[in-house]
Design a protein around this ligand. Structure first.
Ligand code: PMP
Ligand code: GLN
Length: 408
């Protein structure tokens, strides 16, 4: 029962009333309760490089970061982040004024929205959207305006490519006089889509034309496969001064529990985001900041090896899911595969209801997945899609595939 105050007012305020427990907590708890393989919440089941872990141990022992680190982040990490953006993308940032370290990308998203959005502002987000976007837009008093990515099929030389695609006309039509910012995510969770140069060019042109701010969540920047290329929005003409770029060590170095993220942007934008951030955590993850500074300087062979490992896992899980009867949208990026459950048949797919399917799957097949519908305002548009994470050991993925094949 919901507890009421004496005035019968619900305890949870109106802005948050629609947000219950996050789907990740719900599904991970279900995995623990049923002993099922957890391909729901996106976290690796092996830790990142030993030398990075050792760097954290060294920092702890040397007493670096055991007390409050500086508000913007330790200088070593800010310098390493700036060097990373320069090395990979040719983007130049002043580590003192244009880089801000946050408690994971989650805090960066929250601080950016709380800083830049006034009550009543509209924020356009690509739907399906990562769940914290909706909650943070709401906490900022903004109105979210989803633009839906839709499945699209094309054939090149007889090879069929299925991906979720952004409808640029729909995006343009979504902009109104109240639009304050575009919230972009590429590589995209949960669909695995990596926005193309053409799509990013169009987003950039629209932002410049309508004078919009852009917050771009690029936490999967190192997880792009095949011919796909990650191109930061900040590199497009007119974007450097209006874009807040968000990164995270969690995904790239497989230490999701360390919660080290960052923002890179023009000084005025970083300063605005810092104003909000200082009253959220103020600072976090002291010793881990030093370790991530070392991690960002790892040779290219680390990043290439990580990508190759994840690519093999993607192919294993994608092929297995196809054999098990799912329609698979092979991801160009991230460590998630989105599937359509309808080909499994009306009964098994619960009439194409991803929620019912995911709630039943642990008992039925000993596997946990995430219903993409939770990432949609247009729930019906996301109903038949279910997301599986492949950032798990090969043996775990093989066992999951064999269990899923037994469904049919
Ligand atoms: N953005 C996206 C798209 C994510 O998938 C996640 C979760 N991994 C985050 C942000 C949060 O990242 P962090 O763990 O660094 O807070
Ligand atoms: N980003 C992770 C995912 O999409 C989950 C992070 C979280 O639990 N909030 O699975």
């Amino acid at each position: 029962m919901t507890r009421m105050t004496s005035s019968s007012r619900p305890l949870l305020n109106r802005r948050l009333a629609e947000f219950g427990t996050t789907i990740f907590a719900e599904m991970s708890a279900l995995a623990v309760r049923t002993g099922a393989i957890n391909l729901g919440q996106g976290f690796p089941d092996t830790d990142g490089p030993e030398q990075v872990r050792e760097a954290a141990v060294r920092a702890l022992r040397d007493g670096r970061g055991n007390q409050y680190p500086p508000g913007p982040g330790v200088p070593e990490l800010r310098t390493a982040i700036a060097a990373h953006q320069q090395r990979l993308y040719g983007l130049t940032h002043d580590p003192d004024t244009e880089v801000l370290v946050t408690a994971g990308a989650t805090e960066a998203i929250a601080a950016a929205l709380l800083a830049l959005v006034e009550p009543g502002d509209e924020v356009i987000a690509l739907e399906p959207y990562y769940d914290s976007y909706a909650a943070c837009i709401a906490m900022a008093g903004g109105t979210r305006v989803p633009v839906t990515l839709r499945p699209h099929e094309s054939a090149v030389d007889g090879v069929v490519d299925r991906r979720f695609r952004l409808d640029l006309d729909e995006l343009r039509a979504a902009v109104t006089d109240r639009t304050r910012l575009l919230l972009v995510n590429t590589p995209h969770n949960p669909t695995g889509t990596v926005l193309t140069r053409e799509e990013l060019t169009a987003i950039a042109e629209l932002a410049v034309e309508r004078d919009l701010l852009v917050v771009t969540d690029e936490v999967y920047e190192h997880l792009v496969f095949d011919e796909a290329e990650h191109i930061p929005l900040a590199t497009f003409p007119g974007m450097r001064e209006r874009t807040v770029t968000i990164g995270s060590a969690g995904k790239t170095f497989s230490f999701t529990g360390w919660k080290v993220g960052w923002v890179t942007a023009a000084p005025e934008l970083v300063s605005a985001v810092r104003s909000a951030k200082q009253f959220l955590t103020y600072v976090a993850s002291g010793p881990f900041q030093y370790a991530v500074a070392e991690a960002l300087a790892l040779p290219e062979s680390y990043f290439a090896g990580f990508r190759a490992d994840m690519l093999a896992k993607r192919d294993l899980l994608a092929a297995g899911l196809m054999d098990a009867g799912f329609e698979v949208f092979k991801p160009a990026g991230t460590y998630f595969v989105t599937t359509d459950i309808r080909p499994l048949g009306a009964e098994l797919s619960h009439e194409g209801d991803g929620f019912a399917f995911c709630r039943a799957l642990p008992e039925r097949a000993g596997v946990v997945a995430i219903p993409n519908a939770v990432f949609y305002d247009h729930r019906e548009a996301g109903a038949p899609f279910v997301r599986f994470a492949f950032c798990k050991r090969t043996g775990v993925l093989e066992e999951a595939v064999s269990r899923l094949k037994s469904l049919a």
